[in-house]
Design a protein around this ligand. Structure first.
Ligand code: MCA
Ligand code: AMP
Length: 503
């Protein structure tokens, strides 16, 4: 096949005048309209000199046009690199330089700050705004609505998704067409998506969850999407009676439950609620079923692996578990130090192998070798156990990671910035329970001798470097950090001490 991901996900719908995207204002974009714009975008990539395999870094708001950019990348063989609009210019600079992006797409409002970065990285820059306007779309208006799809194989790269690491440096996870396609095929089947489905899409589209899981599944099944710019409770409640399915992070479900308008009747038209990206509390699972009669289907995945496990569609969806390995995907539990497989029921590292697993980190062979074994098993950094029936339970993390509202935050990245602040001797960043975001960030600072650091000034300063969702919700001063006999900071003790800060 000429270009498997494009042909199967997009191309099969080329002449369909059925709805693909339904927007909250009632506007409908059909498959064929969507694909005509995609072709124009693909022509512009070619005109701008982009070659297959080169990267396009995209930091724009969620919109139908943003999704068209993804599709145009696939059609022209260009690698799609989506970035959270919340990232600061400093963060974006790293991604553009590290990926060697040839083209940067940004919102007009950030043009001033990103232009210099793009120029110094010898990348082209165009604008694309939330309403679809901008220099990029302007240049596509006179271009043809059909495009000769560039030939690609399942082994060719489709996307780079940056994921932070324990060293504080983000790593570009390289995902092939085959990685994305194999996973979407399995999920369509597992979750029984059909062309009758309407997915309530309120997730961002710069992460695996909202981009690949939600979108590719709908494309493969021919389902349509109620495409919302973000999760807004009123809008979600208003549109739910016209949807059949929703995918969300646990915060979506706790927010729905906190509103009395969310009733069994309101959810009566829905056939499936999927949760992932962060742990769903058992109590949320129970309350949700009591309120709506639906059992949330929890699944587990990672940027590097797409989806790994899922609770069953038909069968017992067990609270506190993430279900079984997906067909074609192998999981095993191993001993952290030796890497050997552990007996059923024992707790250890979760490792995964299958066609879903990425190709490695862009230009980081050592990092890749640390996490991706030669035999193809990827060490997830999550700790788990498999019960007698084969359900996987995630019991913790072997990596220093905070998940806030489904966004991953690596403490090291924040600690490196806090340590440089005036009057700060050292810092430790931890995640503590939060009623809305599941976990939230707390920074613990030790002051230099005889100095009282200005916490407000520190809060202001970190805004230059770090996206808002990574900011500590609270900074706390301590005389010293608890350490073990090896001198390692005991984060567990800190988490216990500050556990109740937000409850
Ligand atoms: C927004 N803010 C946050 C977060 N989101 N702070 C901490 N954690 C967050 N997740 C901050 C904003 O900076 C802002 O600060 C304030 O909260 C409100 O901003 P707003 O945009 O209104 O936020 P929101 O709409 O309330 O967003 C919360 C949200 C959103 C709906 C939970 O974060 C979200 O859509 N999360 C989904 C993330 C996701 O898709 N993860 C998948 C990763 P201020 O008011 O001070 O300005 S993929 C993955 O993990 C794997 C593959 C998997 O398994 O899926
Ligand atoms: P990311 O690096 O953004 O792809 O996030 C992947 C991480 O999210 C995993 O390694 C897990 O720690 C976490 N995660 C994803 N799904 C779940 C889930 N259902 N329950 C608990 N943690 C999850």
């Amino acid at each position: 096949m000429a270009n498997p991901l494009f042909d199967i996900a997009f191309g099969q719908h080329v002449s369909k005048t059925t709805p693909f995207l339904r927007l909250p204002d009632g506007e409908v974009i059909t498959h064929s309209q969507f694909l005509q714009s995609v072709s124009r975008y693909a022509h512009l990539f070619v005109q701008l000199g982009l070659q297959p395999g080169e990267r396009v870094a995209v930091q724009i708001a969620k919109s139908p046009q943003a999704l068209m950019v993804y599709a145009a990348c696939v059609q022209s063989g260009v690698v799609f690199l989506p970035l959270n609009p919340a990232y600061t210019a400093e963060e974006v600079s790293y991604f553009i330089n590290d990926s060697g992006a040839r083209l940067v797409l940004c919102d007009e409002r950030s043009l001033e700050s990103i232009k210099a970065i793009a120029h110094s990285a010898s990348a082209l820059i165009e604008t694309l705004n939330a309403d679809g306007s901008g220099s990029f779309t302007q240049k596509t208006l006179s271009l043809p609505g059909t495009f000769d799809t560039v030939s690609r194989s399942e082994d060719d790269l489709a996307a780079f998704l940056y994921t932070s690491g324990t060293t504080g440096r983000s790593k570009g996870a390289m995902l092939t067409q085959g990685n994305l396609l194999s996973n979407a095929r399995v999920l369509v089947d597992q979750w029984q998506f059909t062309s009758d489905d309407v997915l309530l899409h309120a997730l961002p589209i710069f992460h695996t969850h909202g981009l690949f899981v939600a979108t590719n599944v709908c494309l493969l099944a021919g389902s349509s999407m109620l495409f919302l710019p973000k999760f807004e409770l009123d809008v979600v409640l208003n549109l739910m009676p016209t949807a059949t399915t929703m995918m969300g992070v646990p915060t979506f479900y706790t927010r729905l439950l906190s509103d009395q308008r969310f009733t069994r009747e309101l959810a009566g038209h829905m056939r499936l609620f999927v949760s992932g990206s962060a742990p769903l509390l058992s109590e949320t699972h129970v309350q949700f079923e009591e309120r709506t009669g639906h059992r949330i289907l929890e699944r587990y995945g990672m940027t590097e692996t797409n989806m790994i496990t899922s609770n069953p569609y038909s069968g017992d969806r067990r609270a506190g578990t993430v279900g079984f390995a997906l067909p074609g995907v192998e999981i095993k539990i191993t001993d952290s130090s030796s890497g050997t497989s552990l007996a059923q029921g024992e707790i250890g590292d979760i490792e995964v192998r299958g066609p879903n697993v990425f190709q490695g980190y862009w230009q980081m062979p050592e990092k890749t070798a640390e996490e991706l074994r030669e035999d193809g098993f990827f060490i997830t950094g999550d700790l788990g156990q498999i019960d007698k029936q084969g359900y996987l339970q995630i019991v913790g993390r072997n990596k220093d990671l905070i998940i806030s509202g489904g966004y991953n935050i690596y403490p090291k990245e924040i600690e490196l910035i806090l340590d440089k602040e005036a009057g700060v001797l050292e810092s430790a960043v931890i995640g503590v329970p939060h009623p809305d975001f599941g976990e939230t960030v707390v920074g613990i600072l030790v002051a230099e001798e005889q100095v009282v650091p200005d916490l407000d000034a520190i809060k202001q300063n970190i805004g230059q470097s770090l996206a808002k969702f990574k900011h500590p919700q609270k900074l706390v001063l301590m005389p010293e950090l608890p350490r073990n006999t090896m001198g390692k900071v005991q984060k567990k003790a800190l988490r216990e001490r500050f556990n109740g800060l937000f409850s």
